[in-house]
Design a protein around this ligand. Structure first.
Ligand SMILES: NC(=O)c1ccc[n+]([C@@H]2O[C@H](COP(=O)([O-])OP(=O)(O)OC[C@H]3O[C@@H](n4cnc5c(N)ncnc54)[C@H](OP(=O)(O)O)[C@@H]3O)[C@@H](O)[C@H]2O)c1
Length: 361
């Protein structure tokens, strides 16, 4: 996975990316890649090219693979509500061809819509990529959360990288810090406000806005899914909690184990309280109790004092006492940056996921 060299120039050849999904996250990623290309090359010796990309119309060859569409044309088409295959000159290809174009040095970036039932295209594409030794980075938490044991084993068996730091709390390095830096610790409790859309909506509704107007603001900012149902009914928070339980707390658990209540059942807060959609995991012997629910918390408490654009995590462990992380994210840029972070680590040959022994916990 280390940088290959161009046989003519001796420069590190660009790492080919396959972009699955062309929504908020990947559109921001394309912007970052454009703005930061020189800095990434100078600092990490890594450059990227877009070998292929996909939206609901399917895969097309990307501009970095000699495709006949330019990045600007892709962004313009998506901003105008058009599909990639409608762009004049776009060359339709299959998932398999997209992965062939990327090759084993390539990285599949999954920022497709969630599919909580089956993992959807994200899971199918990740399996296909890892089986070929192509690394995978997820922003789409459903595919990863539903099949992490299998994906981690596939990555290890095929020498591929696996990154998922963008799946929980956008750019906040919760996954990385929690999995790398709590060595030897036993968790007593983990809690968090993991979903920025529900936090924004609860905050705006407390200010007197309607649910619809608050959701519209979250969508305008690019932090809500096109269909915000899973943001509001607790499913998104449950998936993030599950990912932390599996990869940071290292306990076996599944989505069905998470007790879930959405913001529609928010309690009436007292005078000095605010409502937060909290995810909570508490170890219980070899198992773990997991719950997502809207809770009224004192304004002066840690979770009560965070802002409407914040996400926050608090964990209590035996060795490291209580630690709290907070991020303010008003758009999808930090999530896109987290995708890039994982891709850079993989391109530099630093394992992201496979250094963890998820399956053996
Ligand atoms: N936005 C954030 O701040 C954020 C933060 C953390 C994680 N995430 C996760 O990252 C993922 C992307 O988020 P987003 O905000 O970018 O979502 P989005 O704007 O709704 O974009 C989703 C993209 O997935 C594409 N897609 C859906 N089904 C597909 C399929 N079967 N084949 C190929 N492409 C498909 C859509 O195609 P069309 O364009 O044709 O509809 C769209 O381009 C989601 O899973 C989300 O949960 C997002």
């Amino acid at each position: 996975m280390g940088a290959g060299r161009d046989s003519h120039t001796g420069q590190a050849a660009p790492v080919p990316l396959v972009l699955l999904g062309m929504g908020n996250v990947h559109r921001e990623l394309l912007g970052i890649l454009g703005r930061k290309a020189e800095g990434l090359a100078d600092r990490y010796g890594v450059t990227f090219s877009v070998a292929a990309c996909a939206d609901l119309s399917g895969f097309v060859r990307g501009p970095g693979a000699g495709g006949r569409i330019a990045t600007g044309a892709m962004l313009e088409a998506k901003a105008g509500g058009r599909r990639l295959r409608e762009i004049p000159g776009a060359e339709p290809i299959s998932l398999e061809s997209a992965l062939d174009v990327a090759g084993p040095r390539g990285i599949l970036l999954d920022a497709a819509s969630m599919d909580v039932e089956t993992g959807g295209i994200g899971l199918a594409a990740a399996r296909a990529a890892l089986n070929r030794g192509t690394s995978v980075v997820f922003a789409n938490k459903s595919a990863f959360a539903l099949a992490f044991d299998e994906l981690e084993a596939l990555a290890a068996a095929n020498g591929a990288g696996l990154g998922w730091s963008a799946t929980v709390c956008g750019g906040l390095p919760v996954v990385n810090t929690g999995s790398r830096d709590l060595v030897g610790a036993e968790f007593r409790r983990l809690r968090g406000v993991f979903n920025s859309t529900s936090n924004l909506v609860l905050g705006r509704m407390a200010e007197g806005l309607s649910l619809e107007d608050a959701v519209t603001e979250a969508q305008r900012r690019g932090i809500a899914e096109t269909d915000p149902t899973n943001d509001l009914n607790g499913t998104d928070t449950a998936l993030k909690l599950l990912i932390l339980v599996r990869t940071v707390m290292r306990r076996k658990a599944s989505l069905a184990d998470v007790e879930r209540t959405g913001i529609e059942a928010a309690p009436e807060p007292g005078a000095d309280e605010v409502v937060r959609l909290l995810g909570e995991a508490v170890p219980d012997g070899d198992a773990v109790r997991m719950r997502v629910s809207p809770v009224a918390v004192p304004r002066g408490s840690f979770f009560g004092s965070i802002g409407t654009l914040d996400m926050a995590v608090e964990w209590e462990t035996d060795l490291f006492s209580t630690q709290r992380l907070v991020a303010t994210e008003g758009d999808a840029i930090p999530t896109a940056a987290a995708v890039l972070r994982d891709a850079v680590h993989i391109a530099c040959g630093r394992p992201t996921g496979p250094s963890l022994r998820i399956g053996g916990s």
